[in-house]
Design a protein. Structure first.
Length: 380
């Protein structure tokens, strides 16, 4: 019987690559500690300050980690206060942009409409914090004396994902190229700045994701057409990439236990600081020289270092303190339940499993405790 989490992870990419053992890290523990002491910034301050020298900041997440989405919710009003009026997100269909624009301009916040927008993107993404992205943006647009020309905008980037489509959901398009095209059209062409929030693999800019066939133990190549790659190739120094701390894919394969980023050095350093949330540079810092010898992300990179992977890094919590996001009540309804089951069928789930879904158990049915992904990484 297939696990429902396979539905959630379609946005994470199925592309992968073979291993080269990197050189030993050139940064000492003292280098890292002293760098943080001298350059400490909260995650919120770190993101906002990156817009002083960059127009497009990509921030990539693992998905469904509560403090990651909460960070975006905290950032929305700060972005607006600092003249950044766009948040572009993977978690909604671009074809529904007119609904988003309407929602954020209504005299009241219509949560049902916000839920419908998310549902249209994925009926399996009924999480309150992601829906709250629209709520917080609406609140920003309804503060006292806000100029109508100074409204905050959430831009949906996603292409419609339909697993029931003949030939496959992505038969006619590449979702990364589609999302990049939306950014060009809706933001870059208007000479406006934006925070771009997505799954980590879509957010890669300078880093090219390995394409690896684990069954054949063969490196196919490196992917240079992720959403962030496309924008970076066009705009270079105007673009900055930030990675949100999470587990890394093992060099043994996607189905194997994940590993700590850069061999666990960041987790060890942050323990010295009692795991206090922080944002810091990978480029031009001792953190950038950290290596990995057990992760998929080092495959195809004989001398892999963190500064090849990302420009900046945000650490918010130890794995022991990660929390799952919140299921949204009444996301699955009597009216949309048949469509949910149809898409489950198209995703290959067994009939008995599909029939076990009811309105009464929907929240429990689709809930997945993200901490289960990281149990093996938690130090006793």
């Amino acid at each position: 019987m297939k696990k429902i989490s396979t539905i959630f992870t379609f946005v994470l990419s199925i592309l992968i690559i073979g291993c080269n053992t990197p050189q030993k890290s050139k940064s000492t523990e003292n280098d890292l500690v002293e760098y943080l002491k001298s350059n400490w910034q909260t995650p919120e301050d770190y993101v906002i300050k990156k817009f002083k020298n960059h127009d497009y900041v990509f921030i990539g997440e693992y998905h469904r980690i509560k403090h990651d989405v909460d960070l975006i919710l905290k950032l929305i009003p700060q972005l607006h206060e600092n003249g950044i009026k766009n948040l572009a997100i993977e978690f909604g269909n671009y074809e529904d942009q007119y609904l988003v624009d309407s929602l954020l301009n209504l005299p009241y916040f219509d949560r049902n409409l916000a839920k419908q927008i998310i549902f249209n993107s994925s009926p399996f993404w009924g999480f309150a914090e992601y829906i709250d992205i629209y709520r917080v943006a609406w609140e920003v647009n309804h503060t006292d004396d806000l100029n109508v020309n100074n409204r905050f905008r959430v831009v949906n980037l996603g292409a419609v994902y339909d697993p029931c489509k003949e030939g496959g959901a992505w038969r006619d398009l590449d979702p990364d190229i589609f999302m990049a095209d939306v950014i060009f059209k809706e933001i870059i062409s208007k000479n406006e700045k934006a925070l771009i929030y997505s799954g980590n693999h879509h957010a890669f800019t300078k880093y090219h994701q390995p394409l690896y066939d684990f069954e054949k133990d063969s490196l196919v190549g490196l992917n240079n057409t992720r959403m962030g790659n496309i924008i970076y190739d066009s705009l270079k120094t105007k673009v900055f990439n930030i990675y949100l701390h999470a587990a890394w894919v093992s060099n043994k394969g996607w189905d194997e236990k994940s590993v700590l980023p850069v061999n666990g050095v960041i987790d060890s350093i942050m323990a010295i600081f009692n795991n206090k949330p922080v944002g810091f540079d990978a480029i031009n810092s001792p953190f950038g020289k950290l290596t990995s010898n057990n992760s998929y992300y080092a495959m195809g990179y004989p001398e892999f270092t963190l500064d090849q992977y990302c420009d900046g890094y945000i650490f918010q919590n130890s794995f022991a303190n990660y929390k799952p996001i919140t299921m949204e009540d009444s996301f699955i309804t009597l009216e949309n339940l048949p469509l949910v089951k149809k898409k489950m069928e198209c995703n290959g789930h067994e009939k008995e499993y599909i029939e076990s879904l009811t309105l009464e158990n929907a929240n429990e049915f689709f809930f997945e405790d993200i901490r289960n992904h990281f149990k093996h990484l938690i130090k006793e």
